[in-house]
Design a protein around this ligand. Structure first.
Ligand SMILES: [Zn+2]
Length: 294
């Protein structure tokens, strides 16, 4: 993604990786089998691999520079994490921090980290391995967690530990969230928290119980960082389709539909965590659904 402007704000992305990933019927249960064919003119080859119809997904963070603050939105899967159940997330060695430095941002320069939700592929870079311990990757950052989201996962974590079962979220709550809290870098905020004038969280529940998006407004322009409210732009063709990873598919569908309707036919730039290069675009109506226009 080329650097984007939202008024006086600048947005860059930091990529972990991207490529063909899931099949439609796995990621979006209930999707009409002809959904891709009916939208092939704008979905292929950007969002859907023409070779086998797999959905192309990216794993990326966004860096929002407002002039006052440098804000990291979502934190990918991270390096060195034990994820034996997910081989492509397991003990990775991504050049993520080098890529961040290449856009002119050192880890020390991050003022805020905001994870839209606490799934393993959004919290990974919260921490790094140092002398066998997980420590905050961004030493000067305050890590903003929506209180409702954190409390949900903290409760689940305690229950999982008590039951001696599988580690929560592939182990990411323990290695990528709790160490931030223990290092006293976490701040628990309301789901509509304002970071600075023009930059505020907004509840977008359904994908997870406390999922939030981040709105950025500057000089009459607007952008929205939607995390996983949509995993793939295919969901624009039918916003009612929730992913197999949504904790409450019905609520997620309501949230997604409202967000898409609100921003359709406006100049709002969309920044979704898993949309592939060139990532961003604007929502336009197309037939009974919508599409992403570059
Ligand atoms: Zn995700």
């Amino acid at each position: 993604m080329k650097p984007q402007q939202i008024g006086n704000f600048r947005v860059d992305r930091v990529l972990e990786g991207e490529g063909p990933y899931f099949k439609l019927d796995f990621l979006l249960p209930g999707a009409a089998p002809d959904l891709i064919a009916g939208n092939a003119d704008w979905l292929k080859p950007r969002f859907v691999d023409p070779a086998d119809d797999r959905l192309i997904l990216a794993f990326q963070s966004f860096v929002l520079r407002t002039g006052r603050h440098t804000i990291l939105v979502d934190a990918c899967t991270g390096n060195d994490k034990d994820r034996p159940q997910r081989p492509n997330w397991h003990r990775q060695k991504h050049p993520y921090l080098d890529r961040m430095r290449a856009i002119g941002v050192a880890p020390e320069a991050i003022d805020f980290v905001f994870c839209t939700h606490l799934h393993a592929d959004h919290v990974g870079w919260n921490t790094k391995l140092e002398n066998g311990r997980w420590v905050p990757t961004f030493p000067n950052a305050r890590y903003l967690f929506a209180k409702r989201e954190y409390e949900h996962w903290e409760k689940e974590h305690r229950a999982a530990v008590a039951a001696g079962g599988e580690p929560l979220a592939h182990g990411s709550f323990a290695d990528s969230v709790l160490p931030v809290v223990e290092a006293k870098r976490a701040v628990f905020v309301a789901s509509d928290h304002e970071i600075e004038s023009g930059v505020h969280l907004e509840p977008a529940y359904g994908h997870t119980p406390g999922n939030c998006v981040l709105n950025a407004k500057s000089a009459g322009a607007q952008g929205v960082f939607i995390g996983d409210v949509m995993h793939t732009a295919v969901q624009l063709a039918n916003p009612a389709l929730s992913s197999c990873f949504c904790s409450d598919p019905a609520e997620s569908a309501k949230t997604r539909t409202a967000l898409v309707e609100r921003h359709a036919e406006t100049d709002t730039l969309l920044f979704a965590c898993h949309f592939p290069t060139p990532v961003t675009g604007r929502i336009r109506r197309r037939g009974a659904g919508f599409m992403l226009a570059v």
